[in-house]
Design a protein around this ligand. Structure first.
Ligand code: GLP
Length: 241
């Protein structure tokens, strides 16, 4: 586990984008595992800047997002499908058919989740997995639990996550109570993991993930067992290390 500290969230974004850019330059048809939330936004902005500057080409890239809410339309302003369109995909030359986000509206959610894992395997697995971290230590929507869940699965969101994500919705009652998330299996199988955390409200979760036991009650702690993981942190998120 490598820890990189930066003064500001903008620098964290530039560093994460530089690592993703290096991956895309080395292997244009990389499979990227992408995350939503506020943490990767500066990273995506920097990737867009590099694309607009003619440095990066996304036309061979394949992506699989980590998670999606259950039961909201894909074009809902808070859906993760929409987030990816607004914050990255519509600004670069990625081929729409090469981007994937879990289906939170499938008639059979469990079957769709299993098919999502299978599609990632068929694509050769994830080269670089981008992660944020929840205040409760979740990655994707792998919430604290008694066991780690390996496969893509339907999750009941915790009160803490519903409260944290209320800021994106009109009210807490509007936050979906379930989501579909990659399990820790596909994340641990990724060849490289970049975890982005900024802000003081992530300091406890980062400290528990880095220094605590590997424990499903802090899902991000499983990353201690990954062979190639970099935590990219600003001062505030790194404050309790
Ligand atoms: C959400 C997402 C996660 C994200 C986390 C942190 O619930 N499912 O993938 O990493 O919360 O979000 P933020 O970066 O906005 O703090």
């Amino acid at each position: 586990m490598q820890i990189c500290r930066f003064s500001t969230a903008a620098q964290v974004g530039q560093a994460a984008a530089a690592l993703i850019a290096a991956q895309l330059l080395r292997k244009p048809d990389s499979v990227l595992g992408l995350a939503t939330g506020s943490s990767p936004i500066p990273t995506y902005q920097e990737l867009i800047r590099l694309y607009q500057a003619g440095v990066l080409d996304f036309s061979h890239m394949v992506s699989y997002n980590l998670d999606e809410y259950v039961g909201i339309p894909v074009d809902h302003v808070c859906s993760y499908h929409r987030f990816m369109q607004d914050n990255l995909f519509s600004h670069v030359n990625v081929r729409p058919e090469c981007t994937h986000v879990p289906d939170g509206n499938a008639a059979d959610l469990a079957a769709a989740a299993a098919a999502y894992d299978e599609a990632i395997r068929a694509a050769g697995g994830i080269d670089v997995q981008v992660l944020g971290i929840g205040r409760n230590g979740h990655i994707g929507f792998n919430e604290p639990a008694d066991v780690f869940t390996w496969g893509c699965h339907v999750v009941n969101l915790t009160e803490s996550t519903i409260e944290a994500n209320t800021r994106f919705f009109a009210s807490s009652a509007d936050v979906p109570r379930q989501a579909v998330s990659l399990g820790v299996g596909a994340i641990m199988d990724a060849r490289q993991v970049l975890l982005i955390a900024t802000g003081s409200d992530k300091a406890d979760a980062v400290a528990a993930a880095v220094h605590g036991d590997i424990d499903p009650h802090t899902p991000a702690s499983i990353l201690q067992a990954h062979h190639q993981v970099i935590f990219l942190l600003d001062e505030a998120a790194a404050a309790k290390l």
